[in-house]
Unconditional design. Structure first.
Length: 567
């Protein structure tokens, strides 16, 4: 990795002059604020060439906002300090700002539930995350220091390996999860960890920025989920070369990000139980080498079709010890067909995914529609693709709409509906593809520190969600409904043949949620009830004529409370 540090940093010193730029980023998932900017774009009040498909966002450069955490400019008049935002020094060449102090809290009564919460872990009981820090820049150099501390009560709960599981069932579980570092529980006691959080060091000149970062990344237009990069897992260390605002050309606008990162192991087993009743080991120990991830995302906004964004994503993952030579550190433009690359069967046959997406905003209608389609197993050649174009595919589709109140300026009803489909298509009956975040080359799968860095619903997870809210500025109150099917691929290939004595595990969840800003505070609350049908795919009593057997259901309460103080 030291070789690529030197190569990219040396390449980055193309700019050595001081300029007045603020490359401060808005952390992915920042409650209320990220959604506020996206909503303003639908209303036609912000630059329509920003895709919102390469995050974290840089509002200071993209939208010329002086304080990215105070987009409606209320703190100067209503805040406790009567001033906010960065403080200048050295005749305007430097800036310094205290970043918001945030306290996020979460509670699950029966078993883990929820995703897109960064460094937090799937856990039962109480959990909290603290973050804060500062941003400073001088000329083209900037430093954002925003570490995170996580504590989770991490209570025991009824998991897959609870008493009564047969050796056959445990074998089948490990048949899937020996290829995915996604532990059901992170140890047997409370969990606490400090990490670099949303920190970075950057050189920014014009629309380009080069840096070393630990920030969460979100790629793609999805709001509830995305296929390749989200804030579901903790941020990972990576080198990044990216745009901080759209690059305008005669044919349209472009945004892009290229990364080279380090993914780490959780050091936990998939289940607390790793042997059968006879003492036979069923856990195949993961390779202890860290994984090298190289990936890129390019978004294009055609000049002739206002509001339309087209994007392309590729990622490549290998064990670090297997990466040799410059071209293998940066395989961004390797041919897509396996036949052309010549890596089929080679020891360095990378794990990789491809995703294409589109987002189309309609300012007059205050609406948007978006779509993402990805595959995790490239076709061998064109004939292979034509024969089974939906092999190893996953997709996300969503729509959003703002309905204004006729006599209340600035108030809207916000509607968002989204479908996430990560289970395999019917092509699996002819040629199984495995889980979307799995491949034999990398046994930990597409994970960092035990959590998938793509869609939080995980491999084989399917989600349908609907959110209806009243919104005004940073304020929001509403209801959200979701149906979540847990790992359909695991069920289809491993459990469905257990003499009918297993059923799909499906959650139905209803939540009341809101966000409110008062002076320097932004508070968010979520109260959610989840009914898990056939919890853990288990039937305590098999009834042939019933699919959802009532006494195999469990109820889980999920609560969230977050408080941020802006400076």
């Amino acid at each position: 990795m030291n070789r690529i540090y030197f190569t990219i940093i040396a390449f980055g010193f193309f700019a050595i002059f001081s300029v007045k730029l603020q490359a401060q980023s808005l952390p992915v998932g920042m409650v209320g604020l990220e959604e506020y900017y996206r909503r303003k774009q639908l209303l036609g009040e912000l630059d329509s060439t920003v895709s919102f498909s390469i995050l974290p966002l840089n509002p200071a450069l993209s939208f010329r906002v002086s304080n990215v955490f105070d987009p409606d400019n209320t703190l100067a008049a209503d805040g406790y300090f009567k001033s906010s935002g960065p403080v200048g020094f050295a005749n305007g060449k430097g800036q310094f700002q205290i970043l918001p102090f945030s306290l996020l809290q979460q509670y699950n009564s029966n078993h883990p539930y929820g995703w897109n919460d960064g460094a937090m872990i799937p856990a039962r009981g109480y959990q909290t995350m603290l973050s804060g820090g500062f941003y400073a820049k001088f000329g083209i150099l900037s430093i954002q220091f925003r570490p995170e501390f996580v504590y989770a009560e991490n209570k025991a709960f009824e998991g897959f390996a609870s008493p009564g599981r047969s050796d056959e069932e445990l074998n089948k579980y490990y048949g899937f999860y020996n290829l995915l570092d996604a532990p059901e529980r992170f140890g047997s006691s409370s969990y606490n960890k400090v990490n670099w959080g949303q920190s970075n060091v950057r050189l920014t000149y014009g629309p380009a920025s080069l840096g070393l970062s630990n920030e969460n990344i979100w790629w793609g237009p999805g709001k509830r989920n995305s296929l390749t990069m989200t804030n579901n897992a903790p941020g990972f260390k990576h080198l990044t070369l990216n745009t901080v605002k759209p690059i305008k050309t005669p044919i349209g606008s472009f945004e892009a990000q290229f990364i080279a990162g380090k993914l780490e192991n959780s050091n936990f087993t998939p289940l607390p139980v790793t042997t059968t009743s006879t003492g036979t080991n069923i856990f195949d120990t993961y390779n202890d080498d860290w994984r090298y991830l190289s990936a890129f995302n390019i978004s294009y906004q055609p000049k002739w079709v206002p509001g339309l964004f087209l994007g392309f994503i590729r990622d490549f993952m290998s064990y670090e010890k297997d990466v040799k030579g410059f071209k293998n550190y940066f395989p961004y433009f390797f041919p897509i067909q396996k036949k052309t690359t010549g890596t089929q069967g080679d020891p360095f046959d990378r794990d990789q995914r491809i995703s294409m997406y589109a987002r189309w905003i309609f300012e007059k209608a205050h609406a948007e529609v978006y779509f993402e389609y990805g595959v995790n197993d490239n076709s061998y050649n064109y004939r292979d693709f034509i024969g089974s174009p939906d092999h190893a595919r996953a997709y996300i589709f969503g729509i959003s709409k703002l309905v204004p109140f006729k006599y209340k300026k600035g108030e809207f009803i916000q509607i968002n509906a989204e479908i996430n489909q990560l289970s395999q298509s019917v092509d699996r009956l002819v040629r199984p593809a495995g889980g979307f975040y799995q491949h034999y080359q990398i046994r930990q799968g597409y994970t960092n520190l035990g959590q998938v860095i793509g869609a939080g619903t995980g491999s084989g997870g399917n989600l349908q969600s609907l959110d209806i809210s009243w919104v005004k500025g940073l304020k929001k109150f509403g209801l959200a409904f979701e149906r979540y099917e847990h790992n359909a691929d695991f069920y289809d290939f491993y459990l469905s043949d257990l003499n009918g004595q297993s059923r799909r595990w499906v959650d139905f969840a209803l939540a009341a949620e809101g966000a409110w800003n008062y002076k320097n505070f932004v508070v968010n609350v979520k109260v959610q009830g989840i009914k898990s049908l056939n919890y853990q795919w288990r039937l305590k009593d098999y009834t042939p004529d019933e699919y959802y057997i009532p006494h195999n259901d469990v109820f889980n309460f999920h609560g969230e409370l977050g408080v941020s103080f802006r400076f």
